[in-house]
Write a protein that binds this ligand. Structure first.
Ligand code: GCU
Length: 445
């Protein structure tokens, strides 16, 4: 077996067998691409220990060379790419590039879903046809039947499989490895008992009734949420060679963000979906992913990182809630090896999460949080938005309307949106009401 050389991006040349080359053509092409989606080679950034400590959230408008961004053009052509490389280098690892031959397979289409109010479309995204070990992402689409044109869409990543969102037996059970904390999951896999176990938290009829489509996939279809193994995307990229499946410069959140991007590849081709109005959404670790995916891909119109916390919507700096060290110790696979170097000194990071939000500018982003979820640092999340706001203003957009945290239950619906409710760490139907209200304000206009 002759897998591509991960470091150089060039396949080994001995022995050059046609079948081998064909088998790995997709992977070779993947590896030949620049991992952050740019054509220039990655720049060399300083070692973590030599970066200056900055107590406050760094200003995204100040470049690594210390100079301020002077123009819109400079933001998009220079500083934005620089920030993407910084996040890839020091924190998430690169988001792997687009596969060359992804094939969407429509497995079923049913116009009678939700009592005839919606069409259920079941699509499998085969990210490398003919290769047995490439990720296959099951995308479930629920599209309103009554509408005047293509529907705006929530593209949401879920924890326990599409079948957990509704008891409709036509939805295939999740194939990938799951935690047993997902109801109806036994020995790491979804069973029939898992159907509909989360339907109360995903109000499909209401989403459709308000004119939105829902597209959803499970993170486990992309890669498993495990520290001990990455049997999905990264195993495939490593040519299935465990010796090359090395976690040093990659992380599972970047893998899941890649999954979002593949779903967008498909959705922009679906005539029922408005390609200009696709919003990514996720809860907690999935919220971190929804924000990262939107930050790196301008096809995504809006992001809903719900209670995303550390490594997502909360600052890495400061002492409130989950710290960089805590998240790295418990979930080492989520981020790359560089990020661990900031465990004791997050103030040396040359960016903070306000810069990830700034990468989305001027596209709207809603941070929704819960008072009882101090681990995700709701007050810090508000500060992150405040510190992203200058970039929105710089680009001529409105940013965060509020100067102070709003009272519980009051939605700030400016392009940088904020919402704090009572209660705990969870995503409920009531949260969806807020997502829909925010989307009505910022996506439907
Ligand atoms: C843990 C982790 C958080 C994460 C959360 C989740 O609490 O510390 O960072 O957001 O799990 O994904 O549910």
């Amino acid at each position: 077996m002759n897998p591509p050389d991960r470091a150089s991006g060039v396949p080994y040349h001995r022995p050059i067998m046609k079948t081998v080359l064909r088998r790995f053509a997709g992977v070779v092409a993947l590896m030949a691409c620049s991992c952050v989606g740019q054509t220039s080679p990655p720049r060399a950034f300083p070692d973590a220990a030599s970066l200056p400590a900055q107590a406050a959230l760094p200003d995204p408008l100040v470049k690594m060379d210390g100079r301020r961004v002077e123009s819109r053009q400079e933001w998009f052509a220079q500083r934005r790419p620089e920030l993407k490389e910084l996040f890839a280098h020091y924190m998430y690892g690169p988001i792997p590039p687009k596969p060359v031959r992804m094939k969407p397979i429509v497995n079923g289409e049913y116009r009678d879903f939700l009592g005839g109010k919606a069409t259920l479309r079941l699509v499998t995204l085969d990210t490398a046809p003919d290769e047995t070990n490439a990720p296959r992402i099951d995308l479930m689409l629920v599209v309103p039947n009554t509408r005047t044109g293509p529907a705006p869409a929530f593209l949401a990543i879920n924890f326990c499989g599409n079948q957990a969102l509704t008891s409709d037996p036509r939805i295939p059970l999740l194939r990938g490895w799951l935690r047993n904390s997902c109801r109806g999951c036994t020995n790491g896999f979804a069973t029939e008992a898992s159907r509909g176990t989360q339907s109360a938290d995903w109000p499909l009829a209401e989403i459709v009734g308000r004119g939105y489509a829902l597209a959803t996939f499970c993170n486990a279809d992309v890669d498993a949420d495990r520290a001990d193994a990455s049997p999905g995307l990264y195993a495939w990229l490593a040519g299935n060679d465990p010796g090359r499946n090395n976690p040093t410069n990659r992380g599972t959140i970047a893998a899941w963000a890649w999954g979002f991007h593949r779903c967008v590849d498909y959705l922009v081709t679906d005539r029922d979906i408005d390609a200009k109005r696709i919003a990514t959404l996720g809860h907690s670790r999935n919220g971190k992913t929804a924000l990262l995916a939107a930050a790196f891909d301008e096809r995504i119109a809006m992001a809903f990182p719900h209670q995303a916390g550390c490594g997502g919507s909360a600052p890495s700096r400061g002492k409130t809630g989950e710290s960089v060290k805590a998240i790295n110790d418990r979930f080492p696979h989520w981020f790359n090896a560089q990020f661990k170097k900031f465990n004791e000194a997050p103030e040396r990071l040359p960016f903070d999460q306000n810069a990830l939000v700034a990468l989305c500018a001027p596209r709207p982003v809603l941070f929704s949080a819960a008072e009882g979820d101090q681990w995700a640092n709701p007050a810090g999340q508000f500060e992150v938005l405040r510190a992203a706001d200058p970039v929105y203003r710089f680009l001529g957009s409105a940013g965060l309307e509020a100067k102070e945290m709003p009272p519980l239950g009051k939605l700030i619906a400016s392009p940088l949106g904020y919402y704090l409710r009572e209660g705990k760490h969870s995503m409920t139907a009531a949260d969806w009401h807020v997502f829909l209200d925010f989307a009505d304000r910022q996506l439907k206009k």
